[in-house]
Every structure is written in structure tokens, then in C-alpha cells.
Design a protein around this ligand. Sequence first.
Ligand code: AVI
Length: 312
Amino acid sequence: MSGEAAQRVALIADAVTGLSAVPKTLPCKWLYDAAGADLFEAITRLPEYYPTRTEVGILTDQADAIAAAIGPGAAVVEFGPGDGAKAELLLAALPAPAAYVPVDIAPEWLEAAASRIAAARPGLPVLPVVADFAQPFALPARLGAAPRLGFFPGSTIGNFEPGEATLFLRRARETLGRGARMLLGADLVKDAAVLEAAYDDAAGVTAGFNLNLLRRLNREAGADFDLGGFRHRAVWNAAAERVEMHLVAQRAQTVRLAGREFRFAEGETIHTENSHKYRPERLRGLAEAAGWRAATMWTDERAWFSVWLLEG
Ligand code: AVI
């Protein structure tokens, strides 16, 4: 089976399971088809979406302190590199990095980061690895004994459930090996209005990103969602300390997918994403439960975002 066909089978299986559940849910990883990836890119530039520019601000303002803490000769292993922009910033700050290893399951996404870093840092070995970074994977033998630095920016950790986040950090520690370190970006708990605006922007880009999931199901899973029949909702769940994205049925309706019928009552939702926000002590506990020591946390002047150096 081709990679694309296997993806489609997995998407249909997840959709059937998720739409049969009570309450209905769909895994957020399916938000990122080509259109979804472009929409996410647009989200990172929105005035309301503070995480990207705040994290970039920390990586820029604290570059000297981060570089001093990490030291020379690090092999930077980035989990899900996107366009590689943050790695470019980090690699420019670090003294004599040994190599850059972007890791992603989608080879076409690795290409963007790999070529960006190859152009920005000629002479630096760029060694892409195609793998599901949430699972253990093998690092290129060419890294030799270079000290490993995992890099997981963007608060993507927040899209995992806390138990999954601990599991991810534990596996990353195994993959990186003894003595490795990890630079981790995590969004912090803050005012609900700031959080909800970041996930429900005035221009409607996040709404488009969420609804694109239904478009994808229509195209790749043969579903017949009426996109006008659903509306985007972002809500801060204070008890669980997470922003939730939902698609809310605007009227009672029935949707067909993979030969089945899924009924929606008016107001019923499909829960499409959780974006967990952390308090520093909670994040520290999570890292420690995964076997890391949370050595240093850098933040911005509003304490909206955190960048952590974890030691193995
Ligand atoms: C990729 N991830 C860290 C984003 C977030 O903030 O949770 C995804 C996102 N969803 C809506 N806006 C951005």
C-alpha cells in the first residue's frame, strides 16, 4: 500500500472511531493536510496568536544564555521541524553545532527545514530522519559521540494529553541517549480572554483551519459534511487548563462517511483539538516523571511562554 493510501485508511478508521464516540472527537493530527499546514503558518502570523512570536522573542533575547548553557558541539535533533525557522535561530546562536537532524513522518515537510538550514549554514551536516517522532527512532550513526540536544519548540507538547506528553518526553530521552539534553517550548496558563482570542481570531483564520478538517474528510474519506452546517468554537477549559477547539453543528443533521451514518443534534460538537497550557511547576513535574531534570526555564517579560532546558 502506498504511504498515501495507508494515510487514508488510518484517517477513515480514526474518523469512524471518533464520530462514533460520545462526545464526538477527531484527532488533531489530521488538521495538517497541505491546506491545513498553510493555514497553521498563517495562524502563527496573526496578531492574536502570541505563542510563535513570544517563543521567537525568548530564543532571540536569551540566545546568549541558552548557548552558554548548551555549550559547543551539540547535534540538534528537532522533533517536527516545520519550516526550520526556529532551528535556524538556535543554530545561529549555538557555538559550533555538530549537525542538524530534523525528524518528521512526512518527507515533504522535512525537505523545507533541511533545505533552509543547508542554505543558512553551509558546511553543517543536515541529516533528515523520516520517522514518527512520538515513537522511539534511531539517530543517524554519523552523529558519533556529539552531545545530543533535542529541540521541541512551538508548544506542540500542549497538543498531547499530559500522559502522552510524559510518554513522548520519556521516549525522546531514550532516543537521544544518555547525557542528552532537550530544549522544549511550552505555553503557559494565562488570562482566558487572551487564550480564547488566540484560538478564535477576528479574521477567522483559525476557524478556517478547524473547518478544513471537514473538507479533508469529504475529499479523502468520501464524507458529505456540509461545511456551512458547522461553526468553529474555541473555549478555555479552566479545570483541565487547556484551550479546546470544537466544530459545532448548527442544526440537526446526518453525515455519511465510509458507508455509515453519523447523526448530529443541533449544538452537538466534534472536539478537534486540545492545546494544554502549563504552570511552570506542572511542566517541571511532567518532565521529571519522564526522567528529565528541568534545569532552567527562560520566559518573556509577561511570563506568557516558557523555554526549558531539560537534562537527561
Ligand atoms: C501546533 N500547535 C502548537 C498549535 C497550538 O497552539 O496548539 C495548533 C493550533 N491550533 C489552533 N491554533 C494553533
